[in-house]
Design a binder for this molecule. Structure first.
Ligand code: ZN
Length: 546
C-alpha cells in the first residue's frame, strides 16, 4: 500500500496525474478547469464511484466460449428477445487498407496541432464519417485550447575569443516556451546548478527501458517469443518528461538549449506539450549539433543568442462525439484524440482510424448485439494539456457512473531502430501497453483477446504508477481512471512519437485489424456486466512502485 491517503479534489488530481503519452507527475493545472467537486482518494482506489452494490437481478455472464479462429464468422443464433451469443462478424470489419486510406487522408492535411486548420478539418471530417456510418447525436463539443504557432526561431553561438566566427545552429522552438525579443548570454553546459543570466545547454537523453523493468508496472503479459527478457525500448522521453526546462528555469537561466539526444538525429521534438507557458525561450537542437556545441564549449567560453517568435492564443477546438444504442442502459466509451504534434500518422492518425473502424463496425451490428450503448469519442487538444479529455471527464462527471468501460485506442506503431542517425522502421510492432483497471474479469478479457489475436509484445499494464508516482496512465484516456471508470487504454510509445518523422511508414499496418478485433472481443466480454459490478471488483494496488 502506498502512503498517500490525503483526499484530493478532481482538479488537483488532474494537476498531479500524468496527462498524455508519458508525462511527468507535476502536471500543471490544465487549460480547461475541471468543475467536478467530488473528493477522491487517489490511491489505492477512487471513492467517488457509485455505491458498490451488486444486485441480484444482474444478468449472469454467459460462459465465455473459447475465442474462435480468426477466420470464423458465426451468424448470431439468437434474436433480440434472447441474450445473443456475441461473436465477431468478419464481413463487417474495416480492412487494414481502408484504415490506412483514412490515415493517409488525415495526414495529407498537414500539421494537426490544436487549432490548426488541419485539426479543424479533422474534426469536421470525423463528424461526417460518424454521421455517414449512422451514428446518433453526432456532436462537436467545444473545448478551449491554447494554440501555439511558432514563427521565427534561431540560435546563434560564438566563441568569446572570436565573435566573428558566429555559428547559426538549426533549431526548433520548445512549444509554449516564452516568445519575445532575442535573449543573449553566456552558454553553460547545465548540470543542475546555478545558471543565473546564462543560456543553459541541457542534455536530454531518452529513457532506455528494459522490458524486465517495465514488467514491474504490469499485471500480465503476452510475449510468446520471450522477447521481454532482453528487449530494451527507447522511449520518447527523458526522465524529466514534460519538465525539461524546469531545472534551468529554477537555476535562473535566460534561455534553454536542449540537445535531443535520440539515437536518430532530430530537432523536431514536440515536447513539452502541456500548454504551460514557460518564462524563458527554449530551442531543441539535434544530437550531432549538440556534440559540436559541446566541443566548442570545451574549448573556451561561448556566448549565444536565442530568438523564439511564436503566436499563442486561445481558440475553440472540439471533441467529436457519436453514439449508438445498445442492449443495456449503460455505456462503453471508445476513444482516442484527433490532434497531434505534426502531421503525425501514428500520433494519432492511427487512433482516429481505429476509432472510426470501431464506429463503422458497430454501426453495422444489430443493436441487440451491442452489449451496451456505445459512445465514440475523439478528443481535442491532446497536445495542449489534454484539454479535450479534461473537458469530457469534468463535464460528464455524474454520467461516468454509468460507464462500464472506457476503451482508448492509441498508436498502432512500428518499432524503429536508428542507423547512422537515421530512423529505420522495422517489421516489429512497438511494445504494446494495455493499461487496464485492476478488475480480474477485465484483465481476463484483455488477456484472452491478446492471445486470440496473437498481439505479441503486449503488457497488461497497471492503470497507475507508470511513470512512477502517476495516478493515471500516460494516455489520452488518463483521467477516466481517477474518476473511477473501468479502463482499458491501449497505447504504444515509439521513440519518434513526437517527431516530424512520425510518417505513414511508421504505422504497423499488420496490427490494425488484430487490434480492432481485440477491441471487439473486450467489448463483447462485457455483455451482461454492469458498471457497478465492475467497480465493486476493483482490487487495491498490491505493491508500491519501485
Ligand atoms: Zn495519442
Amino acid at each position: 500500500m502506498r502512503s498517500r491517503t490525503i483526499a484530493l479534489t478532481v482538479p488537483l488530481l488532474i494537476a498531479l496525474a500524468a496527462c498524455d503519452d508519458g508525462h511527468d507527475t507535476a502536471k500543471p493545472t490544465p487549460t480547461v478547469a475541471a468543475t467536478a467537486t467530488s473528493t477522491l482518494t487517489p490511491v489505492p482506489e477512487p471513492t467517488a464511484t457509485p455505491a458498490a452494490t451488486r444486485t441480484a437481478t444482474e444478468t449472469p455472464m454467459p460462459t465465455r466460449t473459447p475465442p474462435p479462429a480468426a477466420s470464423a464468422t458465426e451468424t448470431p443464433t439468437a434474436g433480440p428477445t434472447a441474450t445473443p451469443v456475441l461473436t465477431i462478424h468478419d464481413e463487417l470489419l474495416v480492412s487494414a487498407d481502408d484504415m490506412m486510406a483514412w490515415i493517409e487522408t488525415v495526414v495529407e492535411q498537414g500539421i494537426r496541432r490544436p487549432g490548426y486548420p488541419a485539426d479543424e478539418w479533422a474534426e469536421q471530417w470525423i463528424a461526417e464519417q460518424f454521421t455517414a456510418f449512422g451514428l446518433e447525436n453526432v456532436e462537436l463539443d467545444p473545448v478551449e485550447v491554447k494554440r501555439w504557432v511558432p514563427q521565427q526561431t534561431s540560435l546563434t553561438v560564438w566563441p568569446d575569443s572570436a565573435p566573428q566566427d558566429a555559428l547559426s545552429i538549426p533549431c526548433f522552438a520548445l512549444p509554449y516556451s516564452a516568445p519575445g525579443p532575442a535573449r543573449e548570454g553566456a552558454l553553460t553546459l547545465f548540470t543542475g546548478d546555478d545558471a543565473a543570466g546564462k543560456i543553459a545547454v541541457v542534455e536530454n537523453p531518452p529513457l532506455y527501458l528494459p522490458q524486465t523493468v517495465a514488467r514491474v508496472f504490469s499485471s500480465r503479459e503476452y510475449d510468446p517469443d520471450g522477447e521481454f527478457n532482453s528487449l530494451v525500448q527507447v522511449l520518447p522521453f527523458s526522465p524529466a518528461f514534460q519538465n525539461v526546462m524546469g531545472p534551468a528555469i529554477a537555476g535562473g537561466a535566460v534561455g534553454f538549449v536542449g540537445i535531443a539526444q535520440f539515437p536518430f538525429d532530430t530537432r523536431d521534438y514536440y515536447v513539452p506539450y502541456d500548454a504551460v507557458d514557460r518564462p524563458i525561450p527554449g530551442v531543441w537542437i539535434s544530437a550531432s549539433d549538440g556534440e559540436r556545441l559541446k566541443q566548442l564549449l570545451g574549448a573556451g567560453p561561448v556566448s549565444g543568442r536565442i530568438t523564439v517568435e511564436a503566436a499563442v492564443d486561445r481558440v475553440t477546438s472540439h471533441n467529436v462525439i457519436g453514439r449508438l444504442p445498445g442492449a443495456s442502459d449503460e455505456w462503453i466509451i471508445i476513444g482516442s484524440h484527433h490532434d497531434g504534434p505534426w502531421a503525425s500518422a501514428v500520433e494519432d492518425g492511427s487512433g482516429i482510424a481505429m476509432v472510426l473502424a470501431q464506429a463503422r463496425y458497430w454501426s453495422r451490428v444489430p443493436r441487440h448485439e451491442r452489449p451496451h450503448n456505445l459512445l465514440f469519442l475523439l478528443n481535442a487538444g491532446h497536445v495542449a494539456g489534454g484539454a479535450g479529455l479534461v473537458a469530457f471527464v469534468s463535464r460528464n462527471a455524474e454520467w461516468l457512473a454509468s460507464v462500464v468501460l472506457e476503451l482508448h485506442l492509441e498508436h498502432a506503431a512500428r518499432e524503429a531502430r536508428a542507423e547512422g542517425g537515421r530512423l529505420i522502421p522495422t517489421d516489429n510492432p512497438e511494445v504494446r501497453w494495455w493499461f487496464t483497471s485492476r478488475i480480474g474479469l477485465l484483465e481476463d478479457a484483455v488477456e484472452q483477446a491478446l492471445r486470440a489475436e496473437d498481439l505479441r509484445r503486449s503488457f497488461i499494464m497497471q492503470p497507475d504508477g507508470f511513470p512512477p508516482g502517476s495516478l493515471a496512465p500516460p494516455t489520452d484516456g488518463a483521467f477516466f481512471h481517477p474518476a473511477g471508470v473501468p479502463i482499458v487504454n491501449f497505447l504504444t510509445a515509439p521513440m519518434y512519437l513526437f517527431d516530424a518523422q512520425d510518417t505513414l511508414d511508421k504505422i504497423h499496418t499488420p496490427s490494425l485489424v488484430p487490434v480492432s478485433r481485440a477491441a471487439i472481443r473486450i467489448i463483447n466480454a462485457l455483455q451482461g456486466r454492469t458498471a457497478a459490478e465492475l467497480r465493486a471488483a476493483v482490487r487495491p494496488p498490491s505493491s508500491p512502485p519501485p
